[in-house]
Design a binder for this molecule. Structure first.
Ligand code: KG4
Ligand code: ZN
Length: 349
């Protein structure tokens, strides 16, 4: 089965075709095309929804065409050789979501193909089910039960996955998301948006003992996070600086990343232990941070060697359409285009 995925929930315009084997043990990537308006937002320190949506209006058709062409599923004036369309219907920015959702509904109607609405947050998790047959990935698919960790610019959530059908939300951030913390702290350090990758790079040169920032809620029983106090602590540290040289910025970057990593790793392992799972599946832009995911792998290996940690390759951590098409293959709630509407506030049921 071939699925065309479309993703426009934030600043990206993405389309991808994946092929799912009949027994669903392998999902291969036939194409993945992503256009981003990130360069238009770098100066403003965050995404401007209107700017993102306008850019997506221009990109959506060329991006879909490129994905279909690369996957070699175009058939002249006939509908492309795909079995279904998958679309992110939330959560996200309303203008951005509408560009993708309305395009997908139109294509579903014109091509007479079913439409599968996908929750973007599940998309991040399902990036771990993609390309399992390729050499650089794990040979096996993640095994259930699993703990899912979503760490992105907009979300930080821990979910329990008994199987593909039964998913339970266990906890999340009470204020800023992990990626948002990186980005807001980046702004204090004059690092352009998105700051996560730059903080990761700078932290490599930082002294781990120079700054000890707070680890909020770390020993709290709830599987919740809070990152706004960390941002305030960094602000206080920055205000005290008499001069800002490269080493000090690297030290603060290190202190920030260590604090975020420690809380994320601790809470995820707490959930894995509590729910006695076989796998931990990580997704979202912050999962592109190798320091955090390596630490999670090492600690898991030490404390619960029977648990396997899955992290998608870097390009599949940040927003993309391949993860949406993959999630659709497993969740598979085909709808008529009439029943699908954008839902910016979508979360977990
Ligand atoms: O998942 P994503 O592409 O978009 C959302 O759905 O939010 O995540 C974007 C977030 C940004 O906050 C960015 O700073 C963060 O992911 N990010 C990172 C890294 N790469 C991206 N954070 C820390 N380290 C990284 N290497
Ligand atoms: Zn995302």
């Amino acid at each position: 089965m071939k699925i065309l995925g479309i993703e426009t929930s934030c600043d990206e315009t993405a389309a991808s075709v994946v092929e799912v084997s009949a027994d669903k043990t392998s999902v291969s990537l036939l194409s993945s095309v992503t256009a981003t308006s990130l360069h238009l937002h770098a100066k403003t320190g965050g995404i401007i929804p209107e700017v993102a949506a306008r850019s997506q209006m221009k990109e959506i058709i060329p991006v879909i065409c490129a994905a279909l062409q690369q996957a070699q599923v175009l058939q002249g004036s006939d509908s492309p050789a795909i079995d279904a369309l998958a679309i992110t219907y939330g959560p996200g920015l309303i203008g951005s979501l509408l560009v993708g959702v309305e395009t997908a509904k139109t294509l579903s109607f014109v091509w007479e193909k079913p439409l599968i609405p996908v929750n973007h947050l599940f998309g991040h998790i399902y990036a771990n089910w993609l390309g399992q047959n390729s050499a650089e990935q794990h040979k096996e698919l993640p095994k259930f039960p699993a703990i899912g960790l979503i760490i992105s610019g907009g979300h930080t959530d821990i979910i329990y996955m008994k199987n593909h059908e039964h998913v339970e939300w266990l906890g999340g951030t009470r204020d800023d998301a992990a990626g948002e913390a990186f980005d807001k702290i980046g702004r204090l350090l004059d690092i352009p948006y998105p700051a996560g990758p730059t903080i990761e790079r700078l932290a490599q040169q930082g002294d781990p003992k120079a700054y000890q920032f707070p680890r909020p809620l770390m020993y709290d029983k709830a599987l919740d996070f809070s990152f706004s106090g960390l941002k305030t602590a960094v602000l206080r540290a920055v205000e005290k600086l008499e001069n800002r040289n490269g080493q000090i910025i690297a030290d603060i970057a290190r202190g920030t990343q260590d604090a975020i990593a420690e809380v994320i790793v601790y809470k995820t392992l707490q959930a894995a232990e509590q729910y006695d799972v076989s796998s931990i599946v990580v997704g979202g832009g912050v999962a592109a941070n190798k320091t955090i995911t390596e630490r999670l792998r090492q600690e898991a290996q030490k404390k619960m060697p029977e648990v396997t940690v899955f992290v998608p390759e870097r390009v599949l951590c940040t927003d993309n359409a391949a993860m949406i098409a993959t999630a659709a293959a497993f969740q598979h709630t085909q709808k008529s285009w009439r029943e699908v509407t954008a839902n910016p506030e979508l979360y977990f049921d």
